[in-house]
Design a protein. Structure first.
Length: 286
C-alpha cells in the first residue's frame, strides 16, 4: 500500500461542511486511525470537533482512479490553528507526525507529504522568516523518515482571507503565498498548488467543501506531474465526477454505506436487514 502524510493547520485538516458534497466511499482508500488502517470516512483528520471535508479525500480518489486495484492510505497529522513555529522539529506536532508516519511505513510506502499552513503566520511580518522555517521542517522530516527525495506538495492560501472573520488577522496572506511559491520553485521535489478561484465557508477563513475537493485535485496534479499548478485546472468538476461520483460501488462499499446509515439513524433495523439480504442475494447471483 502507498501512503501520504497530511500536515499543516485547519485547511489541511478540513473544515468543509460534510453535507455540501457527496461522500467518498472507496475501499482502496484507507486512513490511519487508532493504529489501524480502515476505509476512509470524512472527517479524516479529527483534530477538532469541527473537523470536516479536507483536500486529502479527493487527492486519494484521483490516485485510486489512476491506480485501479491498488490501495492508498492517509496519515492525518494536521492541527487546526497551528503556526509554523509549532511545527518546529523539536515540537510535539512534528514529533507526532514522524511517529505516526514511521508506524504507517511498517505496512506502506510513503509517496508524498501534503502541507497546507500559513494562515496563522499571515500577519506581523512573519512571512519574512517563513521560508527558512519551512526549509528546516522539510529537510528534517526527510532525514527523520529516511526519505531524502519525498515530494512535498504545498498549497496556496485563499484570496478570501482578505476578508477573514472571527477575529482572524490574515492581511499578509499574499506574502505567505509568495514564499510558498518561491520555496516550491527553489527546493527539490517541492511543488505548489494554487488556491486561485476557490471559495470559503461563511467565516472567510476555511475552504468550503466544494473548494476542498478541487484543491485536492490540484494537489494531485502537482504530485503526479511534478510541476507547479499555478492556475485552476480545466474540467476540475469533470475530474471529480469521474473519480468520486461515476465509479460503481463494490459490494463491500455498498455494505459499508448501509451500516453507516443504520448506525446514524438513517434507516430502521428492519430496513437494514431487508437491504442487506438484497445485497447478499445480488452478490450470490453474480
Amino acid at each position: 500500500m502507498k501512503s501520504v502524510l497530511m500536515i499543516g493547520q485547519s485547511n489541511m485538516a478540513g473544515r468543509g461542511y460534510l453535507s455540501d458534497v457527496p461522500a467518498i466511499y472507496n475501499e482502496n482508500i484507507q486512513m490511519l486511525r487508532n493504529g489501524r488502517w480502515q476505509m476512509m470516512a470524512e472527517p479524516v483528520n479529527c483534530d477538532k470537533p469541527v473537523a470536516g471535508v479536507g483536500l486529502a479525500g479527493s487527492f486519494a480518489a484521483m490516485w485510486a482512479t489512476e491506480h485501479p486495484g491498488e490501495k492508498i492510505g492517509l496519515i492525518p497529522c494536521a492541527e487546526g490553528g497551528s503556526s509554523i513555529d509549532e511545527w518546529h522539529p523539536a515540537g510535539t506536532l512534528f514529533k507526532h507526525a514522524v511517529s505516526e508516519t514511521h508506524f504507517a511505513m511498517e505496512e506502506s510506502e510513503l509517496i508524498a507529504v501534503l502541507w497546507h499552513q500559513g494562515e496563522n503566520d499571515s500577519f506581523g511580518g512573519r512571512h519574512r522568516t517563513y521560508y527558512d522555517k519551512l526549509k528546516q521542517i522539510v529537510e528534517t522530516l526527510r532525514v527523520e523518515l529516511r526519505q531524502p527525495g519525498i515530494p512535498f506538495i504545498l498549497g496556496g492560501l485563499g484570496d478570501f482571507l482578505e476578508h477573514a472573520r472571527l477575529g482572524a488577522d490574515c492581511r499578509e496572506y499574499r506574502e505567505i503565498n509568495r514564499e510558498l511559491k518561491r520555496f516550491a520553485a527553489e527546493q527539490d521535489n517541492c511543488f505548489f498548488a494554487t488556491a486561485e478561484g476557490l471559495t470559503s465557508n461563511p467565516d472567510m477563513l476555511h475552504f468550503n467543501a466544494v473548494s476542498q475537493r478541487k484543491l485536492g485535485v490540484r494537489y494531485y496534479e502537482a504530485f503526479s506531474t511534478k510541476t507547479d499548478v499555478l492556475h485552476p485546472l480545466e474540467n476540475e468538476d469533470g475530474l471529480l465526477d469521474q473519480c468520486i461520483n461515476s465509479r460503481p460501488y463494490s459490494q463491500n462499499e455498498k455494505m459499508y454505506q448501509l451500516m453507516f446509515r443504520f448506525a446514524t439513524g438513517g434507516i430502521s433495523y428492519e430496513e437494514t436487514l431487508e437491504q442487506m439480504e438484497k445485497l447478499r442475494k445480488g452478490d450470490t447471483e453474480k
